[in-house]
Design a protein around this ligand. Structure first.
Ligand code: PMT
Length: 391
């Protein structure tokens, strides 16, 4: 599966370093060429010989141990198809976030401009430290994938978040990263995500359970496929592409209209409120003596339908969230909205749909075809959707 690919594994000085031996073995078993770079401190936890035997390659540690005309931090960065740093200590994370290049690993990270995955592992108090949070945000905003640690019993004796995520998760992220081809190069793709928020008064609002994760995964996948991405979202995300933060359906529509003409693909994964409050109250509504309260709503514009009506060459993909009769409702919706594709989501299940990390969808096309994508991470589903609409 990984044959022909070079994976650069960075190992730093944390107790979880011993776990990486198994990951390297797995990469090798599946055909990858594995190059390991250690910080000097990593060797306090795992030996060079072990890493060398498992990777069947030289293990790189020292920056000035130059054997070829090209310095190693450049040649290793050039050679790699993907770089994964696991475990990544607070120290290495902070150095990379701030551009330090004081050992071979941080120098490579500085010279590296392809897909990088970082799996932090540290004490829970370090993980919660504001400086570390800010440094992780910086990395995320540059497109580096952070595989968050898990909660549990930590090697330092604490109970909390900081344990290296599962090796399967790291392995799958690497496979995912290597499976992208630049099929969206030179294409502009707009994605919407999150549930719109419709204010009732300065204190209350109506919204829905959309976390924005599905749309964010599509935006990330589109970026990895070379697209010029614009994410219009009601949620807070950090990413290396344009993000327009909006609140209500009307704001989302305005943002879409501003970007629409120059776009090639629009993907509406946002859960847009069909109605908004008719008489927004400028001041906080007071509790009355009545036992019931009636609010009046008016229809929001159907953004998707209006875009489909005015489109020229754009491909427009709608989403639908259904709690019953998934395909029946989806078929009706695609013909009503007039979009090229509609991705049907079953929101009656807890393990997929709203807020979960996984999804399972069926994509319908305007010409009547249907294709089901079995349960997988939202990242995988995102890639499958983009590949399908681009076929
Ligand atoms: O965000 P997550 O937690 O990851 O969850 C993902 C998701 C389940 C929200 C997502 O996958 C999904 O299904 N999004 C569509 C939700 C939705 O609003 O479905 P709908 O059937 O109500 O709307 C159909 C389509 O019309 C959608 O593309 C919607 O963006 C669009 N619409 C809806 C109403 C409206 N007034 N204007 C619109 O453009």
């Amino acid at each position: 599966m990984l044959s022909g690919k070079t994976i650069l594994v960075g190992v730093t000085g944390g107790i979880a370093a011993y776990k990486i031996c198994e990951l390297i073995r797995n990469f090798k078993k599946n055909g990858a060429n594995v190059k390991v770079v250690c910080t000097p401190n990593a060797l306090n936890f795992v030996t060079k010989l072990t890493l060398q035997n498992l990777s069947q390659n030289e293990v790189y540690i020292q920056e000035f141990d130059v054997k070829e005309w090209k310095p190693e931090h450049i040649s290793l960065a050039d050679e790699a198809d993907v770089m994964v740093i696991a475990p990544a200590t607070a120290n290495t994370i902070s150095k990379i976030a701030n551009g330090y290049a004081d050992n071979l690993l941080t120098s490579i990270a500085c010279a590296y401009n392809k897909k990088m995955i970082i799996a932090p592992a540290m004490n829970c108090n370090m993980w919660n430290n504001q400086v570390i949070k800010e440094n992780l945000s910086k990395l995320k905003s540059r497109g580096i994938e952070i595989l968050e640690p898990e909660s549990g019993f930590l090697a330092c004796g604490y109970l909390g978040k900081g344990r290296l995520c599962s090796l399967d998760k790291i392995y799958n992220s690497v496979v995912e990263a290597l499976s992208f081809s630049e099929i969206l190069k030179d294409k502009k793709v707009i994605i919407t995500s999150g549930g719109t928020i419709e204010d009732i008064d300065p204190v209350r609002y109506i919204s829905n359970y959309s976390s924005g994760k599905m749309g964010f995964a599509i935006a990330n996948a589109a970026k990895s496929m070379g697209a010029d991405v614009v994410l219009i979202t009601t949620k807070d995300f950090e990413a290396p592409y344009k993000i327009i933060k909006v609140k209500s359906a009307i704001e989302m529509q305005n943002a879409l209209n501003d970007e629409f003409e120059s776009t090639d693909i629009v993907i509406m994964a946002a859960a847009v409120a069909d109605y908004r409050i008719k008489n927004y109250s400028e001041n906080k509504m007071k509790k009355s003596s009545d036992d019931t309260l009636t609010l009046e709503f008016i229809k929001n514009p159907d953004i998707l339908k209006e875009l489909c009506e005015k489109k020229s060459n754009q491909i427009i993909v709608g989403f639908c969230a259904e709690s019953e009769n998934l395909l029946e409702n989806a078929k009706e919706k695609i013909s009503k909205k007039g979009c090229d594709f509609l991705v049907a989501n079953d929101i009656s299940r807890n393990d997929i749909g709203f807020a979960s990390d996984d999804n399972e969808v069926t994509i319908l096309s305007g010409s009547g075809e249907c294709k089901k994508f079995s349960k997988a991470s939202k990242a995988t589903i995102a890639r499958q959707i983009l590949e399908y609409i681009n076929e």
